[in-house]
Design a protein around this ligand. Structure first.
Ligand code: GLN
Length: 485
């Protein structure tokens, strides 16, 4: 059961081969057995999950089943879910039970999906390794001494270890695609505005976007069909007609133009990563695609620009954690200002504090123009580079991450090294474009490599179709971490 795709699970549920209660119990048992090894989940509530499963079984028997009805889905602990502890990986929210559902959670619930649990993540989604969590690091199922990527590392590792059929995550600068790549699964960051941010704990609001993590492009399409949709409570949610993200899965890719930006293949990426990505591009040529060399001259500025804008927005968003209305409050303090200070000093971890300091600095009087405004200008140039490139090709391909999974602890002492991981993923966030990562091979140590696709605005269905054709011709997405069966 734990190896089946969403599509086949859905078919089995509708054929009554097993019930949602049986399926959910199966995953709960696997989690009980294996979660201590990987630390994927922060919160589990099997009783609640099983109640949802019972309701899903009733929905199906009443003929009201939808594709996801009865399927257990793991949720990154950044999504507010009513009655669930919702921590965002932080001590400051370690006592916060959400009184409401995020829009995405409402939609999953309405579709009859089962909440399997809340997954571990970098604190406030700040990180590329899932090590900054208050709840301890997540371990990569391919090698438990390695990170699973981040910040949606709990979601990615849970899917890779077959502790969940699929999961949801968020991507501000790569946090869906990069952990998908490092954990050998698939992940999609939609066009900015396609998935509502309502109830998704804010990190950098102009960049944050929720999306699916799963084992195939087809599974991502099924999940996105439920996650996407207009929501008036998010002022940047796009009011568009509902689309069926599975509609291009059967479409041939012959004649399609793939743009290969030289910057994605220049020195910087590990040779094993480049080799695997180039082999995958070769596979697309065999399928009849053409390749064109393109350039994204301002891409090299995406990491510095991102690390000005994201902390700036974070410093503003995180001002709300003051120990007053909800969240952690320091047990002892002298007066109100001291209570704020101590609650924040004790409640936030070092990476979050670093970002608040950087963000406050770049927004301060006298520096605002030099850093924040300047970064916004460069952001526009990066978006323009993409607009030029999409005049010449249908989709861009390159690596998702410059390296495969690195050792736990390896980059924790060196934030700049950690930030440089995001070189290939941040451009899509800065431009608001959709990005997808799918497994495309392994390095010499048997660790998975991710192929990234970046599409034009609203190119999700097209990219999922392209990825599906690749997955019909190859089996990288079906490979399992050693010891997982
Ligand atoms: N690694 C990036 C950061 O640390 C991206 C995180 C994310 O996408 N949430 O900010």
């Amino acid at each position: 059961m734990h190896n089946a795709t969403l599509k086949s699970l859905s078919a089995s549920l509708s054929a009554r081969a097993f019930s949602s209660v049986e399926l959910t119990r199966h995953f709960v048992n696997r989690i009980n057995q294996l979660n201590p090894k990987y630390n994927c989940f922060i919160t589990l509530d099997p009783e609640r999950s099983l109640k949802q499963a019972e309701a899903a079984d009733r929905m199906r028997s009443a003929g009201r089943g939808q594709p996801l009805t009865g399927i257990p889905i793991a949720q990154k602990d950044i999504f507010c879910a009513q009655g669930w502890l919702t921590t965002c990986g932080s001590k400051i929210l370690s006592n916060f039970t959400s009184p409401y559902d995020a829009h995405v959670v409402e939609r999953l619930n309405a579709a009859g999906a089962v909440t399997l649990g809340k997954t571990n993540m970098d604190e406030f989604a700040m990180g590329s390794s899932s090590e900054t969590s208050y709840y301890g690091p997540v371990r990569n199922p391919w090698d438990v001494d390695k990170v699973p990527g981040g910040s949606s590392g709990g979601s990615a590792a849970a899917v890779a270890a077959r502790l969940a059929p699929s999961a949801i995550g968020t991507d501000t600068g790569g946090s869906i695609r990069q952990p998908a790549a490092l954990s050998g699964i698939c992940g999609l960051k939609p066009t900015y505005g396609v998935v509502s941010r309502y109830g998704m704990i804010a990190f950098a609001s102009s960049l944050d976007q929720g999306g699916p993590l799963g084992r195939s492009a087809e599974d991502l399409a099924l999940l996105l069909n439920v996650m996407a949709g207009f929501d008036p409570r998010d002022s940047t949610s796009l009011e568009r007609e509902w689309e069926d993200y599975t509609r291009e899965l059967g479409k041939a890719v012959k004649g399609l133009k793939i743009g290969l930006p030289e910057e994605f293949f220049a020195k910087g990426a590990a040779p094993d990563v480049v080799r695997a990505v180039e082999t995958a591009v070769g596979e697309f040529r065999k399928l009849g695609c053409e390749t064109v060399e393109v350039g994204l001259p301002n891409m090299k500025l995406s990491v510095p620009v991102y690390y000005v804008l994201a902390p700036a927005e974070a410093s503003s968003n995180l001002a709300r954690y003051d120990g007053v209305r909800y969240g952690y409050r320091a047990p002892e303090y002298a007066d109100l200002p001291d209570m704020y200070k101590k609650s924040r000093a004790q409640g936030f971890g070092p990476e979050v504090k670093r970002r608040i300091l950087i963000g406050t600095y770049v927004l301060s009087h006298g520096y605002y123009d030099a850093y924040y405004i300047q970064a916004q200008r460069v952001r526009r140039l990066i978006a323009r580079d993409f607009a030029e490139v999409f005049k010449r090709c249908d989709v861009i391909m390159g690596p998702t991450s410059p390296t495969t999974a690195f050792r736990i602890g390896e980059k924790m002492g060196d934030p700049v090294q950690m930030y440089l991981n995001d070189i290939y993923t941040t451009p899509a966030n800065l431009a608001g474009l959709p990005g997808l990562s799918i497994p495309c091979g392994f390095d010499g140590k048997g660790l998975p490599v991710g192929l990234q696709m970046i599409g034009n605005y609203f190119g999700e269905a097209k990219m999922l179709g392209i990825a599906h054709q690749f997955q019909q011709a190859t089996d990288w997405h079906q490979r399992m971490p050693p010891g997982i069966q």
